[in-house]
Design a protein. Structure first.
Length: 336
């Protein structure tokens, strides 16, 4: 990176809004090396429910306690600025899917009290809230789902429509009284994937005041086997032209099965596990190896994102919005 990009990256509040890999060992160190301010750690594993999620939350509280000189738990916007000022990595608890709620609305407040501040409604398939984006039906938000969004709004938890079906997403945007986000999802017009967003979805999220997070999972970036940072930035350009830079954020989705973390055997075992669990369909998810965009292959290279955006002609102010300030704006509106 050049001096201008390096300086900008260090000055910025940088939030990576989807980070499954952070829940593995000490991989959070990679985000520290990459200059992150806050990461949204996935604290559940679809399709696990309450019992396993509580165990994973316990693991995170232990990790926070043992690394208090490096990590800070994020439950408020004030905490984000504390993380930046104190040169610590902020950890935001994020659910991918609402399975941890089971069918108990009261559990949502329990999770909020434990620090969960962002909840994805579905993980590809149908759950009690609604249909996921890979489901054979597209039935939209359930009555239970309407109540779940009401609770999320009441408590101050961000509604996330990543992996969520088209109709369920549009219903959620309509029902929610607060901005709705897609923490990690690209533009379908750039890469035709079931996981990416149609133009009207992007527009609806923007009209509600939400954001769409650039995701680096290879199948959602390009049809090429090995995507590049330039391929990912094509999605940023498209969304910016469609709804403006105020509605772009970052959610790269580094995970434990990716190239550079898992060997081929372990990556295939994880892939088979997700397929067998019914949450990944080989029709939609290609087999490993999973190469994240060249230039940001691992979280410790995320500083290259700032340089890439500058080269594309984004102003320093706009880069700061994309890296984190757009999400901070959403958090200020949603978190109580």
């Amino acid at each position: 990176m050049n001096n201008r990009a390096d300086k900008l990256h260090k000055e910025s509040i940088f939030i990576d809004a989807t980070c499954p890999l952070a829940s593995v060992g000490n991989y959070f160190e990679k985000w520290i090396a990459g200059g992150a301010t806050v990461i949204a750690a996935t604290v559940n594993r679809p399709p696990e429910q309450m019992r396993d999620t509580m165990r994973r939350l316990g693991e995170w509280f232990s990790r926070l306690r043992l690394n208090r000189n490096k990590l800070i738990h994020i439950t408020s916007v004030e905490d984000i600025y504390k993380a930046k000022k104190g040169n610590k990595l902020g950890i935001l608890f994020h659910f991918q899917g609402s399975a941890p709620f089971e069918t108990d609305l009261n559990s949502i407040e329990v999770y909020h009290r434990l620090g969960v501040r962002m909840v994805q409604l579905c993980y590809n398939v149908k759950d009690f809230v609604g249909d996921g984006c890979a489901e054979r039906t597209d039935c939209g938000l359930s009555e239970f789902g309407v109540k779940v969004i009401g609770e999320l709004n009441r408590l101050g938890i961000v509604v996330d429509c990543s992996h969520t079906g088209y109709r369920t997403t549009m219903d959620a945007i309509e029902v929610s009284k607060k901005p709705v986000i897609v923490s990690h999802g690209n533009a379908r017009s750039v890469c035709d994937s079931f996981r990416n967003l149609r133009d009207d979805q992007i527009k609806a999220i923007a009209q509600k005041g939400g954001v769409v997070g650039l995701v680096g999972y290879p199948d959602f970036v390009t049809k090429k086997r090995k995507p590049t940072l330039e391929d990912l930035l094509d999605h940023a350009d498209y969304i910016a032209r469609l709804v403006g830079v105020e509605h772009i954020s970052v959610g790269i989705d580094y995970f434990e099965g990716m190239a550079g973390v898992a060997n081929d055997k372990d990556a295939k075992a994880l892939y088979d596990q997700m397929v067998d669990a019914g949450v990944w369909n080989p029709r939609d998810y290609g087999p490993p190896p999973f190469y994240f965009p060249e230039g940001i292959e691992m979280p410790d290279k995320l500083s290259n994102l700032s340089g890439g955006l500058l080269k594309r002609g984004y102003s320093e102010e706009d880069v700061k919005k994309i890296l984190g300030l757009n999400l901070v704006r959403v958090f200020e509106e949603v978190w109580l």
